[in-house]
Design a protein around this ligand. Sequence first.
Ligand SMILES: [Zn+2]
Ligand SMILES: [Zn+2]
Length: 326
Amino acid sequence: MIEVADVFRRFAPDYLAAHGASMLPSHQRAIADILACRTEALGGHLWRCDQCSAERFSYHSCKNRSCPKCHADQTERWLHARRAEMLPSRYFHVTVTVPEELREVLRANQRDGYAILMKAAAEAIIELARDPRHVGGTVGVLAVLHTWTQQLAFHPHVHCLVTGGGVSEDGSLWHPARNDFIVPVKALAKLVRGKLRAAFAARRPDLVLPEAAWSKPWVVHCTAWGEGQQAVLDYLARYVFRVAITNARIVGLDDQAVTIRHKHRKSNRWRTSRIPGHEFMRRFLQHVLPKGLHKVRYFGLWHPARREQAARARLLLQLDRPATAR
Ligand SMILES: [Zn+2]
Ligand SMILES: [Zn+2]
């Protein structure tokens, strides 16, 4: 199997020679880590089985979260503790995409921009769901930031897993959402846009945002997303334990270029594209997040400050279920 590390081994020396001086430290770090991951550069461990004395040597991992070999491991460990807090409810999946006009502002201001985007998306969902015409309670939102398309273009968007119901203000009642509806998407798109604009004005008054971003409708999708723990696990696997590209999607490598496969949206078929080596590196690196930035965040009922309410909601939901469904 060809790995991102193999691509870097071939093209990184030249790429660094050409662009190294102007590159972000986080990007240089990602290259160095991915190159060293599970090689002798990081050393290793000799494992011996107590029973049969068989020995196996394994190299250490780089633990960089942009590394396709390390990312899933790390995220999984981090989220493991949170699984117990997930609710046995139905779920919805909401995706919010930033219009093209705002992409460069986000690229240049990732730390503030990504935080504002995730918060605006989650708070808009929570605010609309509180309306008694929709849910009438506080829903939980697990938001995850993606910055890519299948071909690694820069395309920031947020995936939100939303509980299909919410707790009343005093925490004593669970209000379930309807089967196939949680909030109206057009109203949601407008509200996200307004919240994002206000948040940028408050937090970064120095930035001039293009007017065109506020006059066009934003792209928001909402679908029903399964039920219970399995729904949460599916969501985590599909959206949270992800980096821009998996090694499995790299299908060719030669002296000039990398060939990757990607799913064509309209036909839903796999296609391949050949990307020149340096262009692949540039595209890959634009998805390396600033150090310490949380790409997974909890809001509403899942906000850490509401843990008690979430625990009560879980109890309400369990009591609510018919005995056979337990
Ligand atoms: Zn690694
Ligand atoms: Zn995505």
